[in-house]
Design a protein around this ligand. Structure first.
Ligand code: AMP
Ligand code: GLY
Length: 422
């Protein structure tokens, strides 16, 4: 099977790494890829937002299966364009990717599916939004409706802060994403993520994870794309997962199918969990980054079979074989991230590290310059390890971190703290 993966971050490096372990894979191309991916697969310079260009490439290169990593091409309808051309694709249609691309859409689906989530209001003008906030009181959460690279959510401690956030959003601070605003009840509890493959009809859970969004240790400082993750997430126990499937995920999938827009791909559900009851915070239409890295480390070669089963509508007969283990990934980022960050630092020490089924350094933002490995993004490396316990996995990962020479790089030293404290 010839496979094309779209994307070029740590998520796509881990997908490529898992896919290559499966003997079914004859050739792997990743577009655009990065320096780490280039060491294991062919990289293609392709505009992944251009569905016609991707379809043309698939035809020329005799690609049999396309796996779409990031949300932007999904929201732009690249999966639709490929399916029209008869290509087997993993990833939802533009209409189904609305579950990530529009927060108001997701709230309406939750209403129709009777799925537990925060109470909300949906507004297209500032005055009505402010009146709602005044009536509800604070704390309260103000969200830009559209894709805002993870920045369109403001947790307001006071009514004044919420009013200011509403003015910012309608004032264009998040571009088109803020033309509509969702205001939500502030939920308390512990957050965790659930990853479920969907084929339009059936669903197959493939793991739980917890992310660390804040840049600083002890969950301080500004939000990032994620500074580390681990799997499984103990708070999302089997009992909570069963409830989430019954009360939230399956009803959502049924509602999407009922509307004529069945969802196929991975559904990444973020829950707030309190007293064993999950409530939906958000859906994403793709794997999390860096959550994907820990899931791929635990799944290995079978990931390709599972993604293929989802794309072919065959999840009813698919099965996940879990090793009863733990995986963790620590993000090495460039100084300044998530703000303006340094670029071009030369990274050394990776060659001496083992690359095994239980220890891998996935590349996120790296490039090769004059034969040297350099940092080219905000999140640069994902140092990933498995272990019989989370503690063992974490000490392996941090041993690798300490063996990497990355001037101007930093990481959080407390990845996994919630699960490790128990
Ligand atoms: P979202 O982009 O909707 O996932 O929001 C980003 C983050 O904001 C979430 O991961 C939560 O930590 C937080 N958040 C979003 N909505 C709420 C809510 N209604 N109550 C409490 N926290 C929230
Ligand atoms: N790590 C969070 C995300 O991928 O959205």
């Amino acid at each position: 099977m010839n496979i094309l993966i779209l994307g070029g971050g740590g998520r796509e490096h881990s997908l490529a790494w898992a896919v290559l372990q499966n003997p079914k894979c004859d050739r792997l191309v990743v577009a655009p890829g990065n320096a780490g991916i280039a060491a294991i697969a062919d990289c293609a310079d392709l505009d992944i937002m251009d569905g016609a260009a991707v379809a043309g490439f698939v035809e020329e290169e005799a690609i049999d299966f396309v796996i779409i990593g990031p949300e932007a091409p999904l929201a732009a309808g690249v999966a639709d364009r490929l399916r029209e051309a008869g290509v087997l694709v993993f990833g939802p249609s533009k209409a189904a990717a609305q579950l990530e691309a529009s927060k108001a859409f997701t709230k309406q689906i939750c209403d129709a599916a009777n799925a537990p989530t925060a109470a909300y209001g949906h507004f297209t003008d500032a005055a009505a939004a402010k009146a709602y906030v005044t009536a509800q009181g604070a704390p309260i959460v103000v969200k830009a409706d559209g894709l805002a690279a993870g920045k369109g959510v403001i947790m307001a401690d006071t009514v004044e802060q919420a009013h200011a956030a509403i003015d910012d959003m309608f004032g264009g601070a998040f571009g088109g994403a803020g033309a509509e605003v969702v205001i939500e009840e502030f939920m308390t509890g512990e957050e965790a993520s659930f990853f479920v493959l969907c084929d339009g009809t059936d669903v197959l859970p493939i793991g739980t994870a917890q992310d660390h969004k804040r840049v600083g240790e002890g969950d301080t400082g500004p939000n990032t794309g994620g500074m580390g993750a681990y799997s499984p997430a103990p708070v999302l126990s089997d009992a909570v997962a069963e409830r989430a499937l019954a009360e939230i995920i399956r009803p959502t999938m049924a509602e999407m199918a009922r509307r004529g827009t069945p969802y196929q791909g991975v559904l990444y559900a973020g829950f707030m969990i309190k007293d064993g009851a999950p409530r939906l915070v958000e859906y994403n239409a793709r794997f999390g980054d860096p959550e994907c890295q820990v899931l791929m480390m635990r799944l290995g070669a079978q990931a390709l079979d599972l993604l293929e089963a989802a794309a072919k509508g065959q999840l009813a007969s698919a099965q996940v074989n879990w090793a009863d283990d733990h995986a963790i990934t620590v993000v090495l980022a460039a100084n300044g991230y998530p703000g303006t960050y340094d670029k071009g630092a030369v990274i050394k020490g990776l060659d001496a590290l083992p690359q095994t089924s239980s220890q891998m350094v996935f590349h996120a933002g790296t490039a090769t310059k004059d034969g040297a490995l350099t940092a080219s993004g905000g999140r640069v490396l994902n140092v990933t390890a498995r272990g019989a316990s989370l503690k063992e996995a974490a000490s392996r990962a941090y041993e690798m971190v300490d063996a990497i020479h990355f001037p101007g790089g930093f990481c959080r030293r407390d990845i996994g703290w919630r699960a490790l404290k128990d």
